[in-house]
Each structure stands twice: as C-alpha cells, then as structure tokens.
Design a protein around this ligand. Structure first.
Ligand SMILES: Cc1cc2nc3c(=O)[nH]c(=O)nc-3n(C[C@H](O)[C@H](O)[C@H](O)COP(=O)(O)O)c2cc1C
Length: 204
C-alpha cells in the first residue's frame, strides 16, 4: 500500500489539514500517517470545530511529535512523500536548516534526503528576506513550496470552496487526483464537508 505523511503545524489554517485528511480517506489505496506539533493542537482548538479524535480517526497511523524514533523518521520507511499543511515559519526554517529535533522536521528531512516529494504549505504573510532565503533553500533541495493561495477562476462561493481547491492542487503534486473542486475546462464533484468518503473517487 502506498503511504503519505501529513504533518500539521501551528500556523493558522488547520482547516487545510482537516480537509486533506478527509479527501485522502477517499483514496482506499493510500495509507495516511499523521503527525501534529504541540502548537498545531493548540491552533486547531482555537480555529476549527473538528476535535483531535476526529482528525486522528482520519489517519491510519498517528505518530507522536516527540517520538523521533517513529517509523516515519527513517528512510527505510517507504512513502510517496509528505505534506506539511499548514506549515509555520518555525517548522519551515527548521527543515531548511536541517534542525531535526522533532518528528515533523526529521520526517521532512528524511523525505528530502530520499528524494521524495515534500510539500510545504507555508502560511505567513508578509514574508521577510530570512523567510524567503529559507524557502529558496528548500526549493533548491527539491521541496514544493505551496503557499495555499486561493484561485478565483473557479468562482468560489464558500470558504470551503477555497480550501477544497487548494487541497486538490496540493494532492495533484503527488499524482493523487481527487476532484474536490472544478478544474479549468473540466467538470468535477465536490464531496460534502466533514464527510468521510467511502469507495474511492467521486465520478464526474
Ligand atoms: C492562532 C495562531 C495562529 C498562528 N498563525 C501562524 C501562522 O500563520 N504562521 C506562522 O508561522 N506561525 C503562526 N503562529 C505561531 C506558531 O504557532 C508558533 O510559531 C509555533 O511555535 C509553531 O510551532 P510548530 O511549527 O512546532 O507548530 C500562530 C499561532 C497561533 C496561536
């Protein structure tokens, strides 16, 4: 079974992670490994209705942030890559500097060294030169720098429309194509919010 690692940090935008996990449950061929920082748990409580149990229930395996001996901290653990969403400046900088004292930065560093895709959904604005230099460094190392910037050509009506579109585009980077938002020139279905989809992709 293919595996994907989802890491959630304490940047605002935990809604992205929750939706990614919901969409990934539709992919019955994918095993989802989740790790959340302490700040992520705090931010989640402040800005989202979903509780920790719900999010944990969307993962096949949940890893403790402090457990640097977890399976995902080793290159021998095969995966299709990792998404850090939302990604704080702190964690992004740690990854860029090779500061791997927690499971998120360690797993991300492993993904980079194994030349697997690492998507950084950086969430901060505005950005100073230090942030940009670290992002450039990560990009040169092969990371996909993906600030969740909304598109408007698909005429989003709700906040969920905006989130769904960004999540779809994040998963596209891993060759996981879930039609959670209309694509330019195509028709796509939008799964209900909070719904765990059973039985694979929605037909368009
Ligand atoms: C409600 C809230 C929103 C935050 N939003 C951001 C943000 O958008 N970007 C960011 O880099 N940090 C943000 N922070 C600060 C991070 O949570 C903080 O830097 C934390 O140390 C990040 O740790 P982590 O990377 O281990 O999750 C926010 C904090 C709170 C409480």
């Amino acid at each position: 079974m293919k595996r994907i690692i989802i890491a959630i940090t304490g940047a605002t935008g935990t809604i992205y992670a929750v939706r990614l996990m919901e969409l990934l449950r539709a992919e019955t061929t994918l095993e989802v490994h989740l790790v959340m920082s302490r700040a992520a748990k705090m931010t989640l409580k402040m800005e989202h209705d979903a509780d920790l149990d719900y999010i944990h229930g969307l993962a096949h395996e949940v890893h403790d942030y402090g457990n640097i001996g977890a399976s995902i901290s080793s290159g021998s653990f095969h995966s299709s890559g990792m998404i850090v969403a939302p990604c704080s400046i702190k964690t992004m900088s740690n990854i860029a500097m090779g500061n791997t004292g927690d499971l998120i930065s360690r797993a991300a560093d492993v993904v980079l060294k194994e030349r697997r895709p690492l998507l950084i959904a950086i969430r901060e604005t505005p950005l100073h030169a230090g942030h940009l230099e670290n992002l450039i460094k990560l990009s040169r190392l092969g990371a996909i720098i993906f600030p969740p910037v909304p598109a408007f050509y698909n005429k989003p009506v709700t906040l969920q429309d905006v989130v769904d579109q960004s999540c779809m585009r994040m998963l596209d980077q891993f060759d996981i194509h879930i039609e959670s938002a209309p694509r330019w020139g195509e028709q796509g279905g939008i799964p209900a919010v909070g719904q765990q989809i059973e039985g694979g992709k929605k037909e368009s």
